[in-house]
Structure formats: structure tokens, C-alpha cells
Design a protein around this ligand. Structure first.
Ligand SMILES: [Zn+2]
Ligand SMILES: [Zn+2]
Length: 293
């Protein structure tokens, strides 16, 4: 198997626990991709806390390469509760961009300081380092794993990641508004042929335009499920995975969206917390999706 993708948090903006979100889950953004012995994590929303709990139950030293798409709260707020990073025998590389004149490290450290939080990053005794990355970068992780970055369309900037191993490809693309005009072709090239395309489907087209309430969501930095299906058709995508749901989207609405999206692009699945996707395994199907229930 090339990749095992596990969804630990699929929600955008803020955690949304409660009986109306049990099916899809209420934790904010976090996706784990296991590739051989390597453990890659994309974003540190509240989902990363549960992933940390699972890692703590496993034998031996813990390690991970943690890639941040950007540093909005819903993508970093779980890091203070990621237990493995508090133990000196564990080893992590944290990748992200500098923001607004501050280094990536400074921005991460700022969310953990008095009086907002009683624990600082100095109390995290793990062996971790910060690695600055930028758009259009090629990162060779070794062991045949290559990662490319692309700047998507979001306030304060955001990186999308294309993860490749042999001929298997997963794209993690959250927090982006539609990419237009001259950059659109480049974006389609970046995602082209992905077996699994995880995409920001925060809004519906109606919500984005403001058809019903006159409240347009343009410039909020998020896309729609309709746009996800359009670009998936254009870019020869294997599976479109709906992701980063609007915080007050309930399970019933999200199930309807999944059905509508499947009518536009057959291989569409709405991400659920606990869902696992394998890519390039022994099965006759290259992509196999296991639902948590
Ligand atoms: Zn977000
Ligand atoms: Zn954001």
C-alpha cells in the first residue's frame, strides 16, 4: 500500500460537537497520511488531539511530519493537546509558512502563551523543529515520498499539498476560494490525476453567491461542493473528498450535499471523522474507502 489516509477532523472554522454532527464529526481540520514507516499529518485542528491519543497507545518512539496549510485557529488549535509532543523521546518536523512579518515558529508559539494558555511550547519536551516552506516548493521526504506546494486563494494565504509515492497521488487542498483566470490552469495542473482529492467544500454555490439571503460569502476564502465537482471533472480526479464543512452544517444537510455532489461527480465521498482511505494497496481497486460506521 502507498498511502493510508485517516480523517481525524473534517470541520471548518470551529469545533462543532453535539447530536447534529455525530455522523460526520465536529473536530476541526486534521488528516493523517501513513506512507510506509512515515507518518504525515496535515493540519493541527482539534482532530490532532484524538490522533495523539491513539499514537500514545502505540509502542515505541512517536514521529511525524506535520504540515500546516496555514495558521488560522481551526488548523492549529489542537496542537497544545497533541500529547506525544510533550515527551522527549518523540520526534517531529513542523512545516509551514511565515505570516505577516512573523516567523512560522513565532505564530505557533503565540497561541500558547500566558494569559491565553498556561502551557508554553518550552514545556513541550519532544524533539521538534520548525521548517519554513513556501509555495511552489518540492519537498523530498525520502523513502519515495515527494510533496509539492501550491498557494491557494485564502485570506492571509494558504498552502495546498500534493503528496506522491510511486504512481499514487493524494492532494490536500483546504481553505481556498475558487482560483480564477490565469492561475486556474496552473491549479488544475497541480491537482491533475490525483487518486484522492481532498477539497474545501465549506459552502454551497447558493450560500457563496448569497442567492437566498443576499449575504455573499465571496472573499471569505472558501469554496463550494459544486466547484469541487467541476474541477474534479476537469482535472481527471479519481475520488473527490468533500472536506472542511461549515461549522453549523448538520448531518442531514451534509448527507444531502453528498448525494447531490455524487450526481455531478460519481466518485464523491463526504469525509467523516474516522474514515480511512487506502491508495495503491493489494486490492483490485486502487482506492478503497472504509467508513467508520
Ligand atoms: Zn479553516
Ligand atoms: Zn483559514
Amino acid at each position: 500500500m502507498d498511502f493510508k489516509v485517516t480523517f481525524w477532523g473534517v470541520r471548518g472554522s470551529k469545533p462543532t460537537p453535539g447530536r447534529n454532527t455525530i455522523l460526520f464529526g465536529g473536530n476541526t481540520s486534521c488528516v493523517q497520511i501513513e506512507a510506509g514507516k512515515r507518518n504525515l499529518i496535515f493540519d493541527g485542528g482539534t482532530g490532532i488531539a484524538e490522533l495523539g491519543n491513539k499514537m500514545m497507545k502505540e509502542e515505541g518512539r512517536k514521529q511525524a511530519d506535520i504540515f500546516f496549510s496555514h495558521l488560522h485557529w481551526d488548523h492549529i488549535q489542537g496542537l497544545p493537546f497533541f500529547e506525544p509532543i510533550y515527551y522527549p523521546e518523540n520526534c517531529f518536523c513542523l512545516y509551514g509558512e511565515d505570516k505577516e512579518g512573523e516567523t512560522f515558529q513565532q505564530v505557533i508559539e503565540k497561541q500558547m502563551c500566558y494569559p491565553y494558555f498556561p502551557i508554553t511550547m518550552e514545556m513541550m519536551k519532544g524533539d521538534y523543529k520548525f521548517i519554513n516552506i513556501a509555495p511552489n516548493q518540492d519537498i523530498d521526504l525520502g523513502e519515495g515520498i515527494k510533496i509539492k506546494t501550491f498557494a491557494v486563494n485564502h485570506p492571509n494565504g494558504c498552502l495546498s499539498y500534493r503528496i506522491e509515492k510511486r504512481n499514487s497521488v493524494v492532494v490536500y487542498c483546504t481553505d481556498t476560494e475558487t482560483i480564477e483566470k490565469q492561475r486556474r490552469e496552473k491549479f488544475l495542473e497541480f491537482i491533475r490525476g490525483a487518486d484522492v482529492f481532498i477539497y474545501d467544500t465549506h459552502f454551497t454555490d447558493e450560500e457563496y453567491i448569497g442567492t437566498r439571503d443576499g449575504q455573499s460569502k465571496k472573499k471569505w476564502g472558501h469554496s463550494t461542493w459544486e466547484e469541487g465537482t467541476r474541477i474534479s471533472r476537469e482535472a481527471d480526479i479519481g475520488y473527490l473528498i468533500l472536506y472542511h464543512y461549515k461549522e453549523n452544517r448538520n448531518d442531514r444537510e451534509q448527507q444531502e450535499i453528498e448525494i447531490f455532489a455524487q450526481q455531478e461527480f460519481k466518485n464523491t465521498v463526504a469525509a467523516r471523522e474516522g474514515m480511512i482511505i487506502t491508495v495503491g494497496g493489494d486490492c483490485s481497486e486502487k482506492v478503497v474507502i472504509s467508513y467508520p460506521y
